[in-house]
Design a binder for this molecule. Structure first.
Ligand SMILES: [Zn+2]
Ligand SMILES: [Zn+2]
Length: 310
């Protein structure tokens, strides 16, 4: 994530902040990629959800909040905070992708989000997170810290997070777009990750019945990635977004990462992060080992995700 100067005093802050440390009210103009004084039109979710982004006109939502067409039931205690955290994760993911050249046209083609909660006052409902034809469903309970810790262990997904869920589902959306817009994408994708036209329902059923193959860590970024080529792409592309953001964050902090390409730098940053957390007696935040075959898939994903080279 970029760290940007406050337009009033110049101290550097996250674009997610509504105020700098000196108390200046700021807003983030995502398309111009800069902080501006909070005087122009601001996102209508600024007061209720803490959204720092500017809006196209007074009373409107920002580019990111406007993609949410179903807002969650807020009757359960804490639901408002989980809703705010989910919108913050969406903004973080959109911001990173805009930096890579996505969603920056005058009328960007964006996914649509339905935000649901598995916990509604007095009862629970099943919320299936997923992507279908540009519509993404998210369960805001995944933003609850206690739930996240439980599910990290339950599903053996050490870096499970709401930002990870958003990146995974948006990756499915981007796969559709790349398939439609870039003639070279699908043939290259099929060669590397398999044919996504294979029956999805059958593949997922087989995965949930018998689990991943024993050799999956050599070939896939996660067990779930081995379920179907679509999931291999979504898991791999989401991880490529994680690593790109990690490398970018290290660069913003002025850390020296001993050369290499973007993914080498990200891995170096991950190792450094683990090292620093051990100093505080905390678990490794990036306990991942990347095999050569998975590295090749990450290179492929990042190559297609980064549109800045033209
Ligand atoms: Zn300031
Ligand atoms: Zn907003």
């Amino acid at each position: 994530m970029d760290i940007l100067p406050c337009p009033d005093c110049g101290i550097r802050i996250f674009p997610e902040s509504c105020f700098c440390a000196n108390g200046h009210a700021v807003a983030f103009d995502a398309r111009a990629r800069g902080l501006v004084p909070a005087q122009g039109p601001l996102c209508a979710n600024r007061a209720s959800l803490g959204c720092s982004w500017t809006a196209p006109e007074e009373g409107a939502l920002c580019l990111s909040c406007a993609t949410t067409t179903v807002v969650p039931d807020l009757s359960a205690p804490g639901a408002q905070e989980l809703y705010a955290a989910t919108e913050a994760a969406k903004r973080w993911v959109f911001n990173g992708l805009m930096r890579l050249g996505w969603f920056v046209s005058d009328a960007p083609e964006l996914p649509e989000f339905h935000l649901m909660s598995e916990k509604i006052e007095g009862r629970r409902q099943v919320v299936m997170m997923g992507h279908a034809d540009g519509l993404i469903t998210l369960n805001i309970m995944e933003a609850d810290p206690a739930t996240a810790i439980r599910r990290k262990q339950e599903f053996d997904e050490p870096i499970r997070s709401m930002i990870g869920h958003v990146r995974h589902e948006v990756a499915h959306f981007l796969h559709d777009r790349l398939g439609r817009e870039q003639p070279g994408f699908l043939p290259a994708f099929r060669q590397l990750m398999g044919d996504e036209r294979a029956d999805y329902g059958d593949a997922l059923e087989a995965y949930y019945d018998s689990g991943p193959g024993p050799g999956w860590p050599e070939t896939h970024i996660s067990a779930y990635a081995s379920a179907h080529p679509h999931e291999d792409w979504a898991e791999t592309a989401a991880h490529a977004m994680h690593l790109e953001d990690l490398a970018q964050s290290a660069e913003e902090l002025g850390l020296s990462l001993n050369g290499g390409d973007r993914l080498d730098q990200a891995q170096m940053a991950g190792i450094g992060l683990n090292h620093m957390c051990r100093a505080l007696g905390q678990p490794d935040p990036y306990p991942m080992v990347i095999s050569p075959a998975v590295r090749q898939k990450l290179d492929f994903a990042l190559g297609w995700l980064d549109r800045r080279a033209g």
